[in-house]
Design a protein around this ligand. Structure first.
Ligand code: WT7
Length: 653
């Protein structure tokens, strides 16, 4: 990340007077209070943002070394009561969602009342299938309103949902279903993407023979593929039309600390972890960050472009906006279909006020030229957001100038699946904007840069280190499903007494934070987090592969691309055929999201004398940064490295 000294004013038109947080002084005072007296601060927020059936006994109780965190212990509430029931009398006729299809001719909208009715029906249907509090349901669906309805139906019953992004393969789906012991899978026949049909149900069919605990499958007819359903499988529309289903299902009173959902995310080792979020703390944090970061007013349309299958979609498309009674936009399509102007056409069509997307999206549309943006009236936009990876200043400037017309602040929100909501971000009307910096912590967040050599906090600005968080915040994950030990090991063991983020970062002279990127073997491809170990194990599953090492490399659009060094078994020819098979292998083991961009044959991998793969060197080779290989004295056989460099150079010659 190139550093810049550019600074853009915090006081863009409109924000100074109307923002929820008025200026840096107010921010500082509130932030200070949130850290000094978290109990009082968060109790106040909890009263403000949520409706509780029963109040808490304690606000915060925690023990980081044991990975124990509890917010609002003893309190009772239900997510869907907060998202829907309590709004019906006041804003029942307000649009909860606009939905825009992949096909520009398909769209609809749902009022709060309509959403409430559908969620009740769906909850009744799930209940009729025998689902009850604490059971798990895996949802594997396209970006249609039914996806949000299915989530909320689960939440109403206290059933824990686990959404698996549609870009994951049958194998990944099966792993997740089994890991959480799901009793039901909700899916669709297919999904539309860029006008093409992707057969989702096929993946479910391939997964289920390996998933003995699944009792029922519910299938939405999204694409009219005319599938014949098997035993214990039913069509969504038929089930929902059952006249015997009640119109109302009592929302299950949930303890604040009861799990709301599980979401799988990749780490540096092993299989993906099922991160668990709760009803109480998570919902509060989702609600407050949605309101404050985006400075959302009741009459605004909020468009978060993330898929609901990722945490961003959970928090900023579903729970955050609905708790606040806002109008959200669910978009099924992609930025490039039918043309690269699709996003801006949608912004104009729905008069979107606040727009939240990923740097990779900005880069992919920016390369098509500003004319694609300029032809639309984007005067409804008041604020822009980014998330998922560090944004390069060029992309930031393009976004600021061409989309925001130099009058919309950009909130660069740093957070993670595990944090539930924004952890660091500029706040509109409060922070000056520095392209590439996520500015300062949100309320209740106490970040610190730890020097990896000493384990002590950084002593001066611009000293790079590991980003850790010193105190709990309500939205943080509570455990890894079924593996609390792994939760402790991953997040609370590296730096004792702190939450370990896995990101390298620093702060500057103004106390602004800059995220440098992951320090572990996790790569960030188009804002999607992938473990290199997962991809390597998919590659070595091929019969001809002896060994594989995967690293990230700088990619102009995706942020990071996937570069695989593969050693074949002795005597196997290095053919393009095998490369194709390897790509196929990864796609079927993990999913298209993990498709390698480059595969380089390696007669051997550079290793230390103790056999450890020298990843830093492979990263340099992948990046084409071969002039300075750094310290090569630890390498067991230097000729291995020379050979790889030679072949890398030859491949680009
Ligand atoms: C990792 C978390 C949080 C939702 C999307 C990704 C990187 C995220 C930023 C940002 C720099 C960022 C970090 C983080 N990241 N946002 N604004 N600036 N880096 O969630 O899949 O859990 O990935 O994404 O490396 O650790 P995730």
């Amino acid at each position: 990340m190139t550093e810049t000294t550019e600074v853009y004013s915090a006081h863009l038109p409109g924000f100074q007077e109307t923002a929820f947080i008025k200026g840096h002084e107010e921010y500082q005072a509130l932030h200070k209070r949130s850290l000094e007296d978290p109990d009082a601060f968060w109790a106040e927020q909890a009263e403000k943002y949520l409706s509780w059936q029963q109040k808490w006994e304690h606000v915060l109780e925690y023990d980081f070394p044991q990975g124990k965190i509890s917010w609002f212990g003893g309190a009772k509430l239900n997510a869907t009561y907060n998202c829907l029931d309590r709004h019906i009398d006041t804003i029942g006729e307000k649009t909860a969602y606009f939905w825009e299809g992949d096909d520009p001719n398909q769209s609809l909208s749902l009022t709060y009342k309509e959403l409430y009715q559908k969620v009740n029906k769906a909850a009744a249907a799930l209940k009729a299938k025998g689902l009850k509090k604490g059971d798990r349901v895996v949802i594997y669906m396209p970006m249609v309103p039914e996806l949000a309805i299915a989530m909320l139906a689960c939440a109403r019953l206290g059933v824990i949902h686990s959404i698996v992004f549609g870009g994951f393969s049958a194998e990944s789906l099966a792993n997740r279903i089994n890991d959480c012991g799901a009793k039901m899978v909700i899916t669709a026949d297919g999904s539309f993407r860029s006008g093409k049909t992707i057969p989702l149900k096929n993946a479910v069919d391939a997964a289920l023979p390996n998933c003995p605990e699944v009792e029922n499958v519910l299938v939405l007819d999204r694409c009219g593929l005319g599938l014949t359903l098997g035993e214990n499988e039913s069509w969504w529309h038929e089930v929902m039309a059952d006249p015997d289903l009640p119109d109302y299902v009592e929302p299950e009173p949930m303890d604040a600390e009861d799990p709301l959902f599980i979401l799988y995310t990749s780490g540096s080792t092993g299989k993906p972890k099922g991160v668990v979020h709760t009803h109480g703390g998570y919902l509060l944090y989702a609600a407050m960050t949605t309101r404050i970061t985006f400075d959302l007013k009741d009459d605004e349309v909020f468009w978060c472009t993330a898929d609901i299958g990722w945490i961003t979609g959970h928090t900023y498309l579903v729970y955050g906006p609905l708790i606040n009674g806002l109008t959200g936009l669910i978009f099924e399509g992609v930025p490039s279909y039918p043309g690269f102007d699709r996003f801006w056409q949608v912004v104009e069509k729905y008069q979107v006020s606040k727009f939240y997307t990923a740097p990779t999206v900005i880069r992919s549309v920016a390369k098509e030229g500003a004319a694609m943006v300029d032809k639309y009236d984007l005067s409804s936009l008041r604020l822009l957001g980014t998330v998922g990876e560090p944004i390069n200043p060029e992309a930031w400037r393009w976004y600021y100038e061409h989309v925001g017309k130099s009058r919309c602040p950009i909130v660069d929100t740093w957070w993670q699946t595990e944090t539930g909501g924004h952890m660091m971000t500029p706040l509109p009307g409060v922070h000056e904007l520095k392209p590439g910096s996520c500015a300062q912590p949100f309320f209740g967040v106490d970040p610190v840069i730890i020097d990896p050599d000493t384990g002590e906090p950084a002593r001066y600005p611009n000293q790079e280190g590991v980003l850790c968080i010193r105190k709990p915040w309500p939205g943080m994950a509570r455990t890894v499903f079924g593996d609390h030990k792994r939760f402790i090991e991953t997040y609370f063991s590296q730096v004792p007494g702190m939450y370990f983020t896995g990101d390298g970062a620093k702060y500057d002279e103004d106390g602004y934070f800059w995220i440098i990127g992951r320090i572990d073997d996790v790569i960030n491809v188009s804002g999607h987090r992938l473990g290199t170990a997962e991809i390597e194990s998919a590659l070595v599953a091929h019969r001809d592969v002896a060994e594989a090492a995967v690293v990230g490399f700088p990619h102009p659009v995706k942020g990071q691309g996937i570069y695989a060094f593969v050693t074949l078994n002795t005597g196997v020819g290095k053919t393009d055929e095998i490369k194709k098979e390897l790509v196929k292998m990864v796609r079927s083991e993990i999913g298209p999201v993990a498709t390698p961009d480059v595969i380089q044959w390696a007669d051997a991998l550079p290793k230390t004398r103790s056999g450890k793969i020298l990843r830093r060197m492979l990263q340099k080779i992948a990046a084409g940064d071969i002039k300075e290989m750094g310290d090569t004295t630890t390498i067991a056989d230097p000729s291995v490295l020379e050979q790889l460099i030679k072949e890398r150079v030859a491949s680009t010659a």
